[in-house]
Unconditional design. Sequence first.
Length: 187
Amino acid sequence: MKKQPEVTERTRQRFLEAFWSLVREKPVAKISVSELTKRAGYNRSTFYEYFLDTDELLAYVETGLLEQLKETILQAMSEKHSLGAMFQIIFAAMNEKIYLLMGPNGDSAFLARVQSEMLPFLEAYVPVSKDTPYFDYLICFANSALFGLLQHWNEKGKDISTEEISGLMQELVLKGLTSRVFPQVMM
């Protein structure tokens, strides 16, 4: 007898809730199937009906988050928003779960995957031609800097507004660090 779809989805959701609960407490790499099943209120055999192992659960979670982020970015890009508006849209899409997986308890490879999803956005909005020497290095630098800033902002409890962090990022992308640190210096 087949399970009803709503039961299947509810069970999968309980495993996902258990996963997120555990990620808030410990590194992803240290989460075991035993802990997941205990937290979700199921046995190991039920877990294995849904996921091969914790790595597959992590891949499922990450892929879902990345798809949502990618859809948001592509939709916003199609609407031709300004750079500042794009930053605000991306910040809204960067939910707590994404920050958790990019943080100290997360998956070190996840940040690279998120940055990879951001490349089309950066290539479209950073005012540098693809013909510019070292274009890929410039985009890599911007990508790393933006995510470093986002992670720092999140770690500080988002202590400045979305508009402020967006404006700071926009200024840094368009004018560089020198405009903020040494405004009187002419290059």
